[in-house]
Design a protein around this ligand. Structure first.
Ligand SMILES: NC(=O)c1ccc[n+]([C@@H]2O[C@H](COP(=O)([O-])OP(=O)(O)OC[C@H]3O[C@@H](n4cnc5c(N)ncnc54)[C@H](O)[C@@H]3O)[C@@H](O)[C@H]2O)c1
Length: 254
């Protein structure tokens, strides 16, 4: 048998949540360059999403913007309905949408906790429930969940975020076992990435020094995370199941 080293996503449809900025935007563009049609989910960022859709069209790929709050089940049901209406099936789902909050643990309110867990963890549960039946019916699917190296490292003043992202890894492994072999579920746990979420400009020199204290001694660009997502979305990763890949500059090893 001849090995097929093919990174093409031609003929596939991918949904990327929180795609209008940062890592999600880079993933959407990488997938479009590889030939996928892309559903660009966003929340309250219609202009950014429309600009991304135009950029994807200029690459010769199809794209649609769909607004939905992925932490709300009614919105996710609407997202699934719109996705089905526009392109039938979804072959690749990237759960990228996320928020972060820096706060000492004892100042963290129940609302802070509930919001973080809803956006960063419950959303993965909701989209899985909405999109897995279609993937099962078509006999294939790929799910990529964006976690964080902080799920493993922990970080003071980020307890709900660390807990939510650790939950994403646990959920990834449970879903991978339950839905294999038809649906491949894997996660990416990036280290620090140069996006609005990191807001490099707003970081104190001490905080920046902490982020740079990794073997690669720099912060990643969103494209470097998108490259991992492209690999996981493609058939090149067809034997990957329940794995957590770490484009993290060496912050976590193993
Ligand atoms: N930047 C980093 O250093 C870093 C490191 C590890 C993991 N991550 C993760 O990568 C993912 C992308 O983050 P980013 O760094 O690109 O930041 P970002 O803020 O640019 O992207 C997050 C996106 O999610 C969207 N979003 C937020 N809540 C939403 C909701 N309820 N419904 C739909 N969309 C929603 C935002 O509008 C935004 O477009 C997040 O899950 C984040 O936790 C980021």
């Amino acid at each position: 048998m001849t090995a097929a080293f093919e990174l093409s996503l031609s003929g596939r449809t991918a949904l990327v949540t929180g795609a209008s900025s940062g890592i999600g935007r880079a993933i959407a563009l990488a997938f479009a360059q590889a030939g996928a049609a892309v559903l660009v989910n966003h929340l309250g960022r219609a202009d950014e999403a429309a600009a991304l859709v135009r950029e994807i069209h200029s690459l010769g790929a199809q794209a649609w913007a769909i607004e939905a709050d992925v932490s709300r089940s009614a919105d996710v049901a609407g997202l699934a309905a719109q996705a089905a209406q526009r392109c039938g099936t979804v072959d690749v789902l990237v759960n990228n949408a996320g928020i972060i909050q820096e706060k000492p643990f004892l100042d963290t309110t129940e609302d802070d906790w509930d919001r973080m867990l809803a956006v960063d963890l419950k959303s993965v549960f909701l989209t899985a429930r909405a999109f897995f039946p279609g993937m099962e019916a078509q006999g294939h699917g790929v799910i990529i969940n964006i976690a964080s190296d902080l799920a493993v490292l922990g970080r003071e003043h980020y307890a709900p975020y660390c807990a939510a992202k650790a939950g994403v890894i646990g959920l990834t492994r449970a879903l991978a076992r339950e839905f294999a072999p038809a649906i491949r579920v894997n996660a990416i746990a990036p280290g620090p990435v140069n996006t609005a979420m990191m807001s490099l400009d707003a970081m104190s020199p001490q905080w920046l020094a902490k982020e740079l204290d990794i073997p690669q001694r720099r912060i990643a660009e969103p494209d470097e995370i998108a490259a991992t997502a492209l690999f996981l979305a493609s058939d090149l990763s067809r034997f990957y199941c329940g794995q957590v890949l770490g484009p993290n500059g060496g912050s976590v090893m193993g």
